[in-house]
Design a binder for this molecule. Structure first.
Ligand code: IMP
Length: 207
């Protein structure tokens, strides 16, 4: 028996204005009875993400979309977190790249702070990617899940296949960075895959 509320099938608003993310979420849910619609195509406003955790921000976005559209809505919030830096950049992962979204600047900032602390070993440089997913109903009910992948930060950056902080992240048990892996290999072990597995187990029924 599950205490989770199930998605009943049909229309699902993907509470993101990023077309790449909307497409990826649609693909991940393709095996289920889901017709995904983007928040952007409905002209829904983007709420202020002022939560203090990934789950808090995912819930803000999903609840805002569910209330504005009167439809069940799904959102995600993700980022890179370094233990020795008290979890930074964390929920500020996108912001560290500055207005031009230059992630070489963000990765350099992580490295400077780790170097200041004299972090050398993988244990001292331990880091994770986190992904929170929230499924919200117009009545205010929300189901949230947090996925993660643990590893460590390396320097200099390696690989050009990924995005964001991928070139400095080596997952535990691997030698390659996320940016050196084939997308399918990364997607099998990623924080997003982990969060989706939890969401699907709890709230979706296979066709
Ligand atoms: P948001 O959830 O779209 O706000 O993304 C937050 C930020 O976290 C992104 O801009 C990326 O820099 C970082 N991030 C999230 N997931 C990944 C990933 O899989 N690889 C690299 N960076 C990521």
């Amino acid at each position: 028996m599950s205490a989770h509320r199930k998605f009943p099938g049909g229309k699902l608003v993907v509470a993101s204005h990023n077309p790449g993310k909307v497409r990826e979420i649609g693909e991940l849910l393709a095996a289920f009875d889901v017709e995904s619609i983007s928040a952007g195509s409905l002209g829904l406003p983007e709420p202020v993400e002022d939560g203090m955790s990934f789950v808090a921000n995912a819930e803000i976005k999903a609840l805002a979309a569910a209330k504005a559209s009167n439809m069940i809505s799904l959102s995600d919030d993700s980022g890179f977190t370094v233990n020795l830096l008290d979890g930074d950049p964390g929920i500020y992962s996108a912001r560290w790249a500055g207005p031009t979204k230059d992630f070489s600047v963000a990765m350099q900032a992580v490295e400077e702070k780790l170097a200041e602390k004299g972090a050398v070993t993988p244990a001292e440089r331990s880091a994770s990617f986190i992904c929170a997913l929230s499924l919200a109903w117009p009545d205010g009910h929300v189901e949230s899940f947090e996925g993660r992948v643990d590893g460590h930060a390396i320097w200099p950056p390696r690989g050009d296949k990924g995005f964001g902080y991928d070139p400095i992240f080596v997952p535990s048990g691997y030698d390659a960075t996320f940016a050196e892996m084939e997308p399918a290999e990364k997607h099998a072990i990623s924080h997003r895959a982990d969060a989706f597995r939890q969401l699907i187990d709890a709230c979706f029924t296979k066709n």
